[in-house]
Design a protein around this ligand. Structure first.
Ligand code: DX5
Ligand code: ZN
Length: 218
């Protein structure tokens, strides 16, 4: 099967040393960097905003993959686009007008990602397929790193691969990705794997054993 793109989540990195963390991740073979934006409202945790994304941008050589777990999201899209995000992923659960939100992401010049929580179905996906560049299947409930992979989502991944077919839409998996669960995701049709705690160990690349998992093994 195809070799997945690995997108380490800096949610598991040393928050005081993001520049160095990004450098080591990329030296170790990271293709994308996944940035988890949380607002303490849509999800019960707070991380960082557009100013942090702008500060990260010069340290990321590849794709800056920004996962917006915020509501309302529409008023913040332009600021995150200006911060240099390549992809802005929004949650279907975060707003009443998904189609409008995705249009706003595209109008701001970013690729549009659509995130789907574990309890959310996919009946609405065909209606927005022409607007999206990425679908992010949440295999944990959003808000925290280090949670257990929810296996019932594998059927959803397979169904979405069927819907996507040959369209140039990435199918990304986010949450609980490990050496054990990564192959299941790829077999189900995923081509991008977000990995936080399985990649970082001890929360910092300064740790003598910085990676719990060799990204090349995922
Ligand atoms: C969860 C975030 C994930 C998280 C994944 O809300 O969207 O990106 O960082 O962390 P792990 O890989 O530890 O489950
Ligand atoms: Zn994420």
């Amino acid at each position: 099967s195809l070799t997945p793109i690995i997108a380490p989540s800096i949610l598991a990195a040393d928050f005081a040393d993001f520049g160095n963390e990004c450098r080591v991740l990329q030296d170790q073979g990271a293709h994308w960097i996944h940035v988890d934006v949380m607002d303490g409202h849509f999800v019960p945790n707070i991380t960082f905003g557009p100013q942090m994304c702008a500060a990260l941008r010069p340290h990321i050589k590849g794709v800056m993959d920004v996962h917006l777990m915020i509501t309302p999201v529409d008023p913040m899209i332009e600021a995150f686009a200006k911060s240099g995000a390549d992809i802005l992923t929004v949650h279907v659960e975060a707003g009443p007008h998904l189609h409008r939100t995705l249009q706003a992401v595209k109008a701001a010049g970013c690729k549009a990602g659509l995130a789907i929580n574990p309890a959310t179905g996919i009946e609405f996906v065909p209606q927005v397929l022409d607007l999206i560049d990425l679908i992010c299947v949440m295999t944990v409930n959003p808000g925290f790193g280090g949670q257990k992979f929810i296996h019932s989502q594998l059927d959803k991944i397979r169904a979405l691969r069927g819907l996507i077919g040959d369209r140039p839409i990435d199918l990304e998996i986010d949450g609980g990705v490990t050496v054990e669960t990564a192959p299941l995701c790829v077999a189900a049709g995923a081509n991008v794997l977000v990995a936080g705690s399985s990649v970082f160990k001890g929360g910092s690349v300064a740790n003598p054993a910085p990676y719990g998992v060799n990204m090349r093994d995922l």
